[in-house]
Design a protein around this ligand. Structure first.
Ligand code: ZN
Length: 162
């Protein structure tokens, strides 16, 4: 991957259980999908009640998390374990993600407006997650979840770095 220009946020769509799910996601991506490694670069997961950063594939490798708008080659993918279509992430998780984003943004550097959700990459490629087709299926996934406070996160990131 060239120098990353974006951070793309995802959710795992799975319920965050008390044990570590990250390795199960890695196993699925490698064993079932046949990928070299888990598709994301970082993960955030609560393990035994404690928020943790999980390592994904190294950042020098292109991701396998967002095909749309060429984002696998242009972005660092972070997956927050949970399903934020059914409930929003708690404030502590969002704060933890914000701090991880700060560190990555400062390192590359990546501007706050380039911290986006997977669904925003869909919009950039012409797929609108807000549109529901005649069969009741959305045109694109809602990732990182309908209830994920993406806008609030972006505002907080802008507030500090501008
Ligand atoms: Zn996603």
């Amino acid at each position: 991957m060239n120098r990353p220009e974006y951070i793309v946020i995802h959710h795992s769509l799975t319920k965050d259980g008390s044990v570590k799910d990250w390795e199960a996601i890695r196993k699925y991506h490698v064993g079932t999908n046949g990928w070299t490694d888990i598709g994301y670069h970082y993960g955030i997961e609560r393990v035994n009640g404690v928020l943790t950063t999980q390592m994904g594939r190294p950042v020098f490798m292109a991701g396998a998390h967002t095909k749309e708008a060429g984002m696998n080659q242009r972005s660092i993918g972070i997956c927050v374990v949970g399903n934020f279509d059914v409930a929003p992430p708690d404030w502590e998780t969002v704060g933890y993600l914000r701090d991880l984003c700060y560190a990555i943004m400062a390192n590359y550097p990546i501007p706050a407006q380039n911290v986006i959700g997977h669904r925003d990459a869909g919009l950039m490629a012409g797929f609108d997650w807000r549109k529901i087709g005649p069969t009741g299926v959305r045109e694109f996934k809602t990732c990182p979840g309908i209830l994920f406070p993406l806008h609030g996160l972006q505002i907080e990131l802008k507030g500090v770095l501008t």
